[in-house]
Design a protein. Sequence first.
Lengths: 465, 271
Amino acid sequence: MSARELLAEHRPSILVTTLATTFGVALVGATRVLDQTLRADPVAGDSATVGQMLGVVAVVVIGIALYVGAVVTANTFATIVAGRTSTIALMRLLGSSSRQQRRAVAGEGLVVGLVGAALGAVLGSVLVVVEVAVLVGRGTLPDLPYSVVSATTLAPAVVVVATTLAAAWVGSRKVLAVTPLQAIGTAQESPAHEAPRRVLRTVVSAALVVAGGALLAAGVVTGLADATGVVVAFLGGVVSFTGVVVGAHLVMPLALRGVGRLAGGGAVARLAAENAVRHPERSTRATVGIVIGVTLVSTLAVALGTLRAFIESMTAADPEYFAELDALFSTTLLVVTALVGFSALIAAVGLVNDVSLSVLQRRRELGLLRTLGATARQVRLMVLLEAAQMTVAAVLLGLLLGVVYGWAGAQSLLGSAAGELVVPQVPVGLVVALVVAAAALALVSSAVPARRATSVPPVVATAVA
Amino acid sequence: MTHPTAARPAQPARDSSAPSAPAGGAAPVARLADVSKTYGRGDGRVEALRGVSLELRAGEFTAVMGPSGSGKSTLMHLAAGLDTATSGQVLLGDTDITHLDDTALTLLRRRRVGFVFQAFNLVPTLDVTGNVELPFRLDGRRPDADERAWIDRLVETLGLGQRLGHRPHQLSGGQQQRVAIVRALATRPDLVFADEPTGNLDSRTGRAVLAVLAAASREHGQSIAMVTHDPVAASYADRVVFLADGRVVHEVGRSTPAEVSAVMLELEAAA
């Protein structure tokens, strides 16, 4: 394989690692700048609390971005390995051990991680330096001798290298299953349900969801008497959502199947629905990042929306106070959406890549469909529906979880004050934004693959091997 | 894997409800007139077909034989609307398909041509029923009562009744090939195009598949064109056309494998 082909295969992973590192380095840098500003401030300077809180938020948000990035990279590597099966089989036939083959793939992961981390570290640092210069120039920030780049700022880069290597290692597991025999003859696509059973993971996931759900309920009940219920509910939310993410291999295929049925029973819709769940593990990894992003943003939006409605009813006599609070809510939501949105962006890259690679690896089947009478339009529609199905399933699930969590948060906080159950407020803006984002993602992720799919000539189907 | 018509000559019961084969073969179901096909340009230029004229007669089972690179696959691709000729004219029935656009060719394949390939005939995500009905579904409809009955008969005849809910990976190679045959015959196409349909099968299973194709032609007047390099496979056909270097060089009627082999060896020696 030439260096160019290798680069083409790894371009999405390099993009993901670069994005994650840029985000991490920039956020840590920005946090440091804010911290330095606060320290220089005569009022806030004495208290380290604000700085610490900023640090915690940064670590959590970066952690999410890195996790999503690692999942995407693992998926990309697993897909690449699937596409290389015949080459790996040939190497095995010629005497290479499966461990050697896997190490080679993991080595590519290390290189990808190093390149992405280096690019991201530079980009992220430049971003902060430029932004600080602009803000100081505008007078928004005081003119201090900021130190932007330090060992701490570069920590995300180091972590990205490690997580990328780990992701490549996880993603390359399938190399071990390739047999030398697969180099000979026409290997058939293995059945979709050969995914490992993952008993432990399922048990852990179920335990987390049940325990987290119980805590969530306890938080809501406690909240009716005392606002500290929100702490219990928050804990329940974190625990149960972790359970959902751990058990995504069960949850996502279910969601995908459900959404697949919505598309109807036509030939194209049916093919698309089957394709989206054909590799359950792959589809799960391609969508879980979007679920995480949408859940977090929706939770906050619904919680703030519900809180806002409650406060509006309480402060009817003082509209000025409410307007002030409203602005604060909007800003908070915007900042958090931007921060979490970055993870969603990384997840989106993963989805684009997944749809793209899965079309590349299905050339033969696409040729068969064209031969049997599927028009170019039908093939294009099929790819679009596949992408749409994954996007819609992820966004709907995220929104659903977000409404539950957001309501539980608001309820446990307000229950004692309201003395009754509050109605969850789902902001129209959130729904509109999600619909637009989902449509855009489905269109973007399927545009290139759909074109590629329709360019497959029908005669590809008749080719031997 | 067993099949009632596994041994040759196969003599399944004659069916009265199906259209009977026209005696001797009358109107052409497909016609190629002075067709040429070139791939690439400059030094990489390959002339796959050089002015081929050939008529495939309705109701006939025609085998197209020739060594690798003789152009037999290209010939079939053109006749089946899978590829377009560089020059010359290709007719399917009364339709001149030479200059049809992609969509028109697609609809033509969907409604008027059936396909059986050497391997990878079936869509892996669809079960047997889904694969058989795919050409109908792509047309935005389901088989009507008449077509339903025809499919049921084919399924039963080919012993697939117990496999309708199975996915391709749950079927043996022979079973997959028979599903492909049911699908190819289901729409009662003008022409069934079989490209090395036994290439991936053991000889016993392969003979069963050939017997099914021969029976479809004999009993139901199905026109079939089969590309093969296997003299045994060609011996199931009513007519064998030989290709070499992109030209039709010889033609014989129904022949034994030995006779077909003799012609092939002669052609090899002349080359």
